[in-house]
Design a protein around this ligand. Structure first.
Ligand SMILES: NC(=O)c1ccc[n+]([C@@H]2O[C@H](COP(=O)([O-])OP(=O)(O)OC[C@H]3O[C@@H](n4cnc5c(N)ncnc54)[C@H](OP(=O)(O)O)[C@@H]3O)[C@@H](O)[C@H]2O)c1
Length: 308
């Protein structure tokens, strides 16, 4: 039975995944309240009264906000931990009945970057909130508007040599954004099998990261020379990209993520119910559907050019 029309708040509803969740919820007849810096809510300096006003009358709160590199006041502690705590406190105050959080598959207390550790801390805040919750721990998500296909395809179009992360091949299970958004929307609208659960969200196909990159290259007709570079070299490059680029080609946290593979939750999490499990194959069709307009990297991607 279709649930009645609900009002659902999405923190991070302007982002790649949050925007897709908002579209799905609206298409199903629900009202969506979008919160992000672009709509006046900065989790790094939250206003508790404004958050509570925004959540008034909401049945569910979906947390899709996050960063993958730190700039100024936008730190992992501020956005992921204190920001989540503020949003969850406002949800409690206003009687929101369900909190749904999109976390990362391998977010854990002893993770290899503060991204991992801060996302874990946010998971704990959600699980211990006293409000019914769903935590979805997703691996690498791809689709139109993403970071993965966007950055990969633009890098493959720009550089004749492409550096793969680490001297050993690591596996990934890319998951299509629509499959993730469907799970988030189901949780937010009260799917009972997702209530009070921490669930891993992975695509149906497992492949070496290098093959995933080559698949994207094949689809856009690029065959650069692929070289393997040690993780330490990638960390140096990522540090340079973080200082130079508006959105880094790859961030330090992303190198740490790719260096250990992205195929199973850590710590272990439950699989989704079979009928809600991601099923979109990582194929030429799904890659093509998620590609941005053809473009390479240029001056507009540099931080100081973008700021003008
Ligand atoms: N994409 C993936 O492969 C993947 C996989 C697993 C988990 N995740 C997690 O899922 C979440 C969303 O990922 P995404 O790929 O959709 O990221 P995204 O496209 O970068 O979107 C991030 C969202 O967070 C908002 N945001 C960032 N800083 C904020 C702040 N200080 N206050 C309020 N809102 C803020 C952004 O909006 P404004 O810029 O308007 O503030 C945007 O709506 C992230 O937490 C990410 O760690 C992503």
């Amino acid at each position: 039975m279709q649930p009645a029309s609900l009002t659902i708040a999405i923190v991070g509803g302007t982002g790649f995944v949050g925007n897709r969740v908002a579209d799905l919820l609206r298409a199903a007849g629900h009202r969506v309240v979008i919160l992000s810096r672009r709509t006046g809510t900065d989790l790094a300096s939250p206003d508790p009264a404004a958050l509570a006003r925004a959540l008034e009358g909401c049945a569910a709160l979906v947390l899709c906000a996050g960063i993958n590199r730190e700039i100024g006041s936008q730190t992992y502690d501020a956005v992921h931990i204190r920001g989540t705590a503020a949003a969850v406190a406002a949800a409690k105050e206003t009687g929101v009945q369900h909190v749904v959080m999109l976390s990362f598959l391998r977010a854990r207390p002893d993770g290899p970057s503060h991204y991992h550790r801060s996302k874990w801390a946010a998971e704990v805040i959600v699980r211990e909130s006293g409000i019914p919750f769903t935590v979805l721990k997703a691996g690498v998500i791809y689709g139109r508007g993403d970071h993965m296909l966007d950055h990969l395809s633009r890098a493959l179009r720009t550089f004749p040599v492409f550096g793969l992360v680490g001297m050993r091949e690591r596996p990934v299970r890319p998951v299509a954004v629509d499959d993730v958004a469907r799970l988030l929307a189901a949780a937010a609208t009260g799917e009972p099998r997702l209530r009070d659960r921490t669930i891993e969200v992975l695509g149906p196909d497992q492949l070496p990261l290098g093959d995933a990159v080559r698949c994207v290259g094949e689809v856009i007709g690029r065959r650069p020379t692929y070289v393997r570079l040690p993780v330490a070299a990638h960390l140096l490059l990522a540090s340079a990209f973080e200082s130079l680029m508006r959105v880094p080609l790859v961030s330090i946290a992303q190198v740490r993520i790719l260096a250990e593979g992205v195929v199973e939750a850590a710590p272990a999490a439950e699989p989704p119910p079979a009928d809600l499990a991601p099923a979109t194959p990582f194929s030429a069709v799904s890659i093509r559907a998620g590609l941005p307009e053809p473009a390479g990297f240029g001056r507009r991607d540099l931080r100081w050019c973008a700021a003008r």
